[in-house]
Design a protein around this ligand. Structure first.
Ligand code: UDP
Ligand code: MG
Length: 333
């Protein structure tokens, strides 16, 4: 049985050799291939991966023309993986390679997905842990399908699960949601998440916010419906207030309260309308981007990769540049 390990890489030069050494050690009893997907690194990660690939045909190197994002890199890795089982893990050793043999055992018991669940998150800030806890719990309620709480992108898939995931070609991707949506048989394996071996997280607060919004908007129209509920509640409130004002004007001599309350209400209502319009605008923008049907990623070079051109939808794999000093594509036997 061949195990493919997909590793998205963005500026991880400091950790790559450590990751490779730990993987080789952990997978001594397993037939494996490793697919590094370089997501437009600028720190020499690509050179390290290419060198490793040229020395060992089991190591495959794909490189994007620019940074397409973590989720696109995972997608490319799954597209090119040949294994009967395919694992996805971070390049920074936060996901321990030593867990892979145990995950394989579980997969062989008949599961389609094995999901290590983070019972602790060493080396991460209190803020990240709190926001992550909130994120998983809120999303588990929104996503249709069973989203496993505290499970990241570190996972092992059966071949047929990978084939199913390949069918999803949406641009705004949230892999964990896609896996939940598929509803395949999943085993949960608790583990302690380690701190990064080196380097810094590539998910800034802003990027995390964007990711969370992508997760919500690709799996739920709830924000759009929320604005309907808010609009209905406010309209009812406004109507009741109007009745009250009419009562004051007709049956009492009290003056209708002054401009301050009107301005306040005006601001609140305008704000809510703008928010609702913004949410709708964002959904429309996403529909627009999906309708352009652009590739999810562009592979500029590859080493040791068999390129199944006809099979990959919505991806662009460029031909090899003639003047490239390193043979860009070496098709493995
Ligand atoms: N990554 C990537 N493209 C990006 C950002 C990150 O390929 O635009 C990779 C990164 O190299 C790492 C994995 O995705 O292997 C997860 O990123 P990171 O460890 O920074 O996220 P965290 O674990 O802190 O959530
Ligand atoms: Mg990480």
């Amino acid at each position: 049985m061949l195990l493919s390990v997909v590793i998205p890489v963005f500026n991880e030069a400091e950790t790559l050799s450590m990751t490779l050494a730990r993987l080789r050690e952990a997978l001594r009893r397993v037939t494996w291939e490793i697919i590094f997907v370089d997501d437009g690194s600028t720190d020499g990660s690509l050179e390290i991966i290419r060198r490793a690939a040229l020395l060992d045909p089991r190591i495959k190197a794909l490189s994007f023309s620019r940074n397409f994002g973590h989720q696109a890199a995972i997608t490319a890795g799954l597209d090119f993986a040949n294994g009967d089982a395919v694992a996805v893990m971070d390049a920074d050793l936060q996901d321990p390679p030593e867990l892979l043999p145990r995950m394989l055992e579980l997969l062989q018991q008949g599961y389609d997905v094995v999901s290590p669940k983070r019972v602790s998150r060493e080396g991460e800030t209190v803020f990240k842990r709190c926001t992550a806890a909130l994120f998983y719990r809120a999303l588990a309620r929104i996503v249709n399908g069973k989203l496993s709480v505290d499970v990241g992108d570190f996972r092992l898939f059966s071949r047929r699960a990978v084939l199913a995931i390949r069918n999803f070609r949406e641009r705004h991707r949230f892999m964990r949601g896609l896996v939940a949506w598929l509803g395949l048989k999943e085993a949960i394996l608790p583990f302690e998440r380690q701190p990064r071996a080196a380097g810094e997280t590539k998910y800034s607060f802003w990027k995390m916010l964007q990711f969370a919004w992508t997760a919500v908007s690709s799996f739920s129209a709830l924000p759009l419906r929320l604005s309907i509920a808010a609009g209905a509640i406010l309209s009812c409130g406004g109507f009741l207030y109007l009745l009250w004002v009419l009562y004051l004007a007709i049956f009492t001599h009290k003056l209708v309260p002054g401009w301050a309350s009107i301005v306040t209400l005006q601001c609140i209502f305008s704000g809510m309308i703008l928010l609702a319009l913004g949410a709708i605008g964002d959904y429309v923008a996403r529909i627009y981007e999906e309708s352009k049907d652009r590739p999810l990623y562009v592979v500029a070079s590859a080493v040791n990769c068999q390129i199944p051109r006809s099979e990959i939808r919505c991806a662009s794999v460029l031909p090899i540049a003639e003047d490239n000093p390193i043979p860009a594509v070496r098709v493995s036997a």
